[in-house]
Design a protein around this ligand. Sequence first.
Ligand code: RM4
Ligand code: MN
Ligand code: MN
Length: 396
Amino acid sequence: MKDRLVEKAWQALDKLKIELPSWGFANTGTRFGKFIQAAAATTIEEKFSDAAQVHSSTGACPTLALHVQWDLPNGLKDVGEVERLSQKFGVRPGSINPNIFQNQEYKYGSLGNPDSAIRKTALRHILDCVGIAEALHCRDVAPWFADGSNYPGTQNMRQRIAYFEEGLREIHRSLKPGQRLLIEYKPFEPAFYHTDIADWGMAYLLAKEAGPQAFVLVDTGHHYQAQNIEQIVAWLLHHKMIGGFHFNDRRYADDDLTLGSIDPYQVFRIFHEIHMFEWEKGAVADIAYMVDQSHNLKGKIEAMIQTVCTAQELYARAAMVDHERLAGLQQGCSLVDAEETLRGAFWTDTRSIVKDWRKSKGLPDDPLLAFRESGYLERVSRERSARNSGANASYA
Ligand code: RM4
Ligand code: MN
Ligand code: MN
């Protein structure tokens, strides 16, 4: 007979699905340059193929987030090819991510640009993305806006709020029933004086203004130091406004480090808020979990597997909090016992529990080892190395 808390961990693991980012398999880097990897994916087919490796070894990643422009450069015309690849590799397309930050015209912003023609271009692109999402039966459209300014006084911040409200309302009008618009915030970079959607409050207000199918997306790396991310999650849960997560960890800024590599307790505390909410409400919080990491130094597929395993271990730990007991201790303000109840779950080594769960599903108990033994990395390194050696690594 399984212990009651282990049973809770297994049930949580059954539910946890984590989307992978197509761009996380490509040669990406820091703004100073890229360290080219022979095995990196350059085509959408290779990205699907790599994602399928992570999914087959973990069983937890059935979808791949796509960045239109990087993955569907011809927009709707590429939908057929994406469908074909999805069938071939057994991974569904996931969230559709518009690209409104790379083109030259977006120098002063996209939806917040003072030039109405550029605002329209950005809007048209995002509306195309909604169409692509519909054609691929994807639920979420998730724009990240690089909009902002670098120097005080150079932009009218209030005016830009109105532009965002107007644009997002129009995007929301084009959503089909069941589709969602996820609004991601980020406090700085590439703009360093002001970011148009800098924090969860701004994202929340814009989502509210856009309409009932708009929600907030929390990227764990998009916060200032010492910010209480789990409190933000608690607020968003309370208001039924949390739509999704981008998983990574960060030391200073948007570093895209492996989830939980710097501060596993923080990831645990975030998961704890979600589990506690679900326990209280007796309902599942409808949250789309996704990895948003672009590894420059680690092998990309291995880093994804490591992230998924870390997420599972920490998610299982948070599921093992004795919620009944904790609720009673909180009510009685038994500070030490309440904290120890939380800490006790955090210090539970769930690795063997996750292993047993994997075995029960017919999955490899050590996904990283299974991937290494498959020979996939060696094969694709050979096949792709010539193309990757020609990749542009330079910053200037
Ligand atoms: C941003 C943000 C977005 C991601 C881009 C590539 O920092 O996290 O989610 O799409 O990077
Ligand atoms: Mn992100
Ligand atoms: Mn980011």
